[in-house]
Design a protein around this ligand. Structure first.
Ligand code: NZQ
Ligand code: ZN
Length: 388
């Protein structure tokens, strides 16, 4: 049975290969000073920076540069962004990049007018903002996180060895997001496939939970099939607009809160992956890929009916003459074969994790209770060891 819920998503999306021009429609809604947030420079190489700056100038905006947002943005960088916004009395935070830039922009947006330490307030105590929130807009260049249409913000604290996400409410979600699939054409293969697995796993996290008949699970299966189909085309031909545009759209729908409505969710692969990330600073999607198979094999007996359904409905496994367990295992074998085929990293040791880190990573793993099995600490250690 569908549980009770409220659904609202205020982010306005502009999708397509002409979508950047709609920045002209959005900019007049905000004040004069724009904090232009971007990463390590990919947008300068592929021309997106010049195109965005031209539109900002044409709209009479004062541009305040905030570059160098690293993958897995840190507490130190967050402090820097807050200072920039305060100093220049910024009116709009415009993130041009991937999830890291969008997440960072959201964290800045809830901190500029707040006197408390944002790490403690939002990422340790999980409080809601009690101050004015700056508006955020996104021009997306990397696909995977869904950050362009959700309230998620993940920040890494290297000193404390923690990587924690806060899912803010609708007032923190981007006011608008510009999604041009062609902007993703310059992504290196590794980032493209890490993003693809991030999408797939977001769907899994919301699918592998509950035993009821729930429309969200049917939506999830359709999205998973589309991601797998398009990924195989994109890996062969990264310039295939049809595949890249479908991947981009799946990413947004995988984590814009829709498919979690009315159901419980798991999110333990993300908790494990984030803890690995806190120790290794590895690419988010790869950390998920490297812990997924040991985790899913571990919880499969507790959610057998859903794993069987996953095998049949997502991977086309024939159920004839097989036990439920055989069917479910075949589904996970198909998942593994697909992950290998597109070139994902399946071992945390290849991401920099060492046997000595396992206890610390286990300590950094938040245990959530929505999945088929609430993990005990020894199970986390076991899964991490199997992922090495
Ligand atoms: O920094 P630049 O030079 O721009 O390079 C970036 C970066 O190195 C590069 N890149 C981006 N667009 C490109 C490009 N290179 C060439 N051409 C382009 N068009 O890609 C690299 C990765 O970018 P990043 O933004 O870090 O990747 P992603 O979008 O995967 O974001 C990862 C962050 O989002 C968090 C992750 O934990 C991680 O911190 N997440 C956010 C979520 C949310 N808001 O709901 C949920 C996710 O589960 C995730 O946790
Ligand atoms: Zn993710």
């Amino acid at each position: 049975m569908l549980g009770n819920f409220t659904f609202a998503n205020p982010t306005k999306l502009y999708f397509g290969d002409d979508s950047l021009q709609y920045l002209n429609d959005e900019l007049p809604k905000y004040g004069k000073t724009v904090q232009l947030i971007y990463g390590g420079g990919s947008i300068k190489k592929n021309g997106i920076y010049d195109a965005v700056v031209a539109i900002l100038k044409a709209n009479g905006k004062t541009i305040v540069e905030d570059s160098g947002v690293m993958p897995n943005p840190t507490t130190e960088k967050l402090k820097e962004g807050i200072e920039i916004a305060r100093k220049h009395n910024v009116d709009l935070l415009l993130a041009v990049g991937g999830g890291s830039c969008c997440d960072y922009a959201k964290a800045v947006s809830v901190s500029v007018h707040c006197n408390e330490d944002p790490w403690e307030k939002y990422f340790i105590r999980f409080e809601e903002p009690s101050c004015k929130i700056l508006p955020v807009g996104c021009v997306l260049t990397m696909v995977g996180t869904g950050s362009e249409m959700n309230g998620g913000s993940v920040i890494t604290n290297h000193e404390k060895h923690l990587k924690i996400g806060h899912v803010f409410g609708e007032e923190v979600m981007p006011k608008f997001a510009i999604l041009n699939p062609k902007f993703t054409f310059t992504l290196p293969h590794k980032q493209m496939v890490a993003g693809i697995y991030d999408i797939f796993n977001h769907i899994c996290e919301q699918y592998f939970s509950g035993t009821d008949d729930n429309t969200s699970d049917y939506l999830a299966e359709g999205l998973m099939r589309s991601v797998v189909h398009s990924s195989l085309i994109a890996v062969e031909n990264p310039q295939d607009y049809e595949a890249r545009s479908n991947i981009m759209w799946c990413a947004t729908w995988a984590l814009n809160t829709l498919i979690a409505k009315g159901k419980t969710t798991d999110w333990m692969v993300h908790m494990l992956g984030q803890a690995v990330g806190a120790y290794t600073d590895a690419t988010h999607g790869m950390t998920l890929a490297a812990v997924s198979l040991p985790y899913y094999r571990h919880i499969m007996p507790y959610g057998l009916a859903k794993f069987k359904r996953f095998a049949v409905n997502v991977w086309g496994v024939s159920a004839e003459g097989k036990t439920d367990e055989q069917i479910a295992n075949e589904g996970l074998a198909k998942l593994e074969a697909w992950m290998k085929k597109i070139g994902l990293t399946l071992k945390i040791s290849e991401l920099g994790a060492t046997p000595e880190m396992i206890e610390g990573i286990a300590d950094a793993t938040l245990i959530l209770k929505g999945g088929y099995k609430v993990l005990e600490r020894p199970e986390i250690v076991q899964i991490l060891r199997e992922s090495l």
